[in-house]
Ligand binder design. Sequence first.
Ligand code: SF4
Length: 100
Amino acid sequence: MKNITRRQLLGATATAIVSAPLLNLMSRSAEAADAPRVDPNDAQAKALSYVHQSPKPDNLCSNCQLYTGPAEAEWGPCALFPGKQVAGAGWCSAWVKRAG
Ligand code: SF4
C-alpha cells in the first residue's frame, strides 16, 4: 500500500474544497439549460403578459433584475418562473431594470 504524504493529502483536500462549488455551479447551469421554456399561454405567463419577443426594445428579460441567466444567452431562468426558461429577448409586466 502506498503511503500518502501530508502535503499530498492537504493538496487533494484543497482541490476538493475548491472544485466542489464549481462542479455544483456547472451542474446547476446544465440543469437550467435543460429546463423547459415558458409557454406564453400558461396561466401565470398570461397573467404577466409574458411574450417571447418584447414589444419594448429596451425592456428585455436579459436586462431584467429577475433574470438570472447570462445577459447574452437566448434563454435563461427567471425568478418568477422557477424551473423554466424565458427568452432573453422576452418581456413581461413585472420587468424591473437590472441594477448596475
Ligand atoms: S420578470 Fe418578466 S421581464 Fe423579468 S425576466 Fe422574468 S419574465 Fe422576463
